[in-house]
Design a protein around this ligand. Sequence first.
Ligand code: GAR
Length: 201
Amino acid sequence: MTKRIAVLASGRGSNFQAVIEAIAARRIPATCVALITDNPKAYALERARKADIPVIVLDYASFPSREAYESALLAAMQQQKADLFVLAGYMRILGTAIVQAFPRKIVNIHPALLPSFTGLHAQRQAVAYGVKVAGCTVHFVDENLDCGPIILQKCVPVLRDDDEDSLAGRILTEEHTCYPEAIRLFCEDRLEITGRIVRIH
Ligand code: GAR
């Protein structure tokens, strides 16, 4: 059965584009019902328009408080009747009310091998720490930052002369296959979650 997915993105949206293309190529059995963004300047909006995906812009700066923004976001998410919410470079922490409203129905991609290097600038953290492998992680979202059950991870080498940008580029290439693959597994009902362990069928 075709699932309904909604994407949340704050910026460039290259992962969103990878999902759009995987849906178009029927690699993901889903319809993308909306792009929701907190940033009216996000390039992701262009990508949505080109793909005829409805957009919802909740300009964070126009809300009087974080609470007001979050309640508008919760309402917008509820309206989608989505089976899955995909965070694709959504650069805000989702509040508890939203996470609890959609248990195991929100996924995120993080540009590090979790549980290492949570939060912002994960690639910069990896270079500064001197790790020899880095990568990306697709995980379910829970109440803690970058912490929910892990669905897939892909790794890349960290090369001698890498800086944050070169490493980020290498990781991003992996993100673009890893995220559609994880979403496909979800949409094919192939993920079984026990505690924080995700088994793939
Ligand atoms: C990606 O590298 C993604 O992993 C990262 O932001 C970038 C968004 O790129 N997300 C986070 O750091 C979330 N904590 P994109 O807009 O081109 O998909």
